[in-house]
Write a protein that binds this ligand. Sequence first.
Ligand SMILES: [Mg+2]
Length: 386
Amino acid sequence: MRIVEIRETTAPIASAIANAYIDFSKMTLSLVAVVTDVVRDGRRVIGYGFNSNGRYGQGGLIRERFAPRILEAAPDSLLDDSGTNLDPDRIWAAMMKNEKPGGHGERSVAVGTIDMAVWDAVAKIAGEPLFRLLAKRHGREANPKVFVYAAGGYYYPGKGLDALRGEMRSYLDRGYTVVKMKIGNGIAEDQPRIEAVLTELDGKAQLAVDANGRLTLEQGIAYAKMLRDYPLFWYEEVGDPLDYALQAALAEFYPGPMATGENLFSHQDARNLLRYGGMRPDRDWLQFDCALSYGLCEYQRTLEVLKTAGWSPSRCIPHGGHQMSLNIAAGLGLGGNESYPDLFQPFGGFPDGVRVEHGHIVMPDLPGIGFEGKSDLITVMRDLAT
Ligand SMILES: [Mg+2]
């Protein structure tokens, strides 16, 4: 049993939207196929992976360092003790050979992309859905019912409040109970947007707001004083993701739930957030996204960090809206997952036929991560390798 080839390509996920920090007009991602010599149900097992929106494709790093290290390793050194499946942690260690600690930037995205493909292959070789394999490994009961919320409400050039209200209405119509919108361009612009959305929701769903790290401490406090009068689901990523003192100071001005973590890419960074960010385990939310932060091998270390700091995995609702985090949520008891009903297709979203009901989806029992159940996505993946 061995990995015979690793293919990668860069795919566009551009769209005409912007948050307070970046626009998505040139956004890309890396798509990876880990090709094995294993055959299941008459088909060669291939694991697929991609990185989340928000960071760009990482083809250079994948081609120059991380894929070659896996292919250069002795095949037997990448298997588990039984020799009947690949070992994700051993493959992860092979990828990270000769990498210094610290500086978790684009490297963590490249590794996370390959790691997703490896776990997909491992679950397919085992012949079971990844969330069931994960639950078993951790001695837990899997729960295929996962909370999801609708992320949108971007700044769309040329669109006004009516379009924003219509978008939020469509999320309600599709079964969501929590929706999210972008803020951070200024209170004068954002307060009418927030009020318009709350009017449209009419108490039938809760609203979360996301500043995408745009605000200074002073601006974040000014927003907090405005926002705390509304019954928000959370106030997200107010300031720079690495400014833990800013995050800690905000709690004095904002008693409601806050959320952050999508731009922290290692268990060490997660630990620093919990040590120094003043995050409150009884109400705040953690959004680390494995597909940007060294993958599921590392995410399991992050969950260990949480446990040591007294946090439940149920306080995690990852960024990204991909099926990998849905599997982790269902397998390891996370609080849910982000979803982008109208964006970043075909990579984001759910297998065909999965519907949101009362803010939850139910995971189908598909081997691996479940990409084969999403016809538009698996078509793109099989174009890369079959
Ligand atoms: Mg965000």
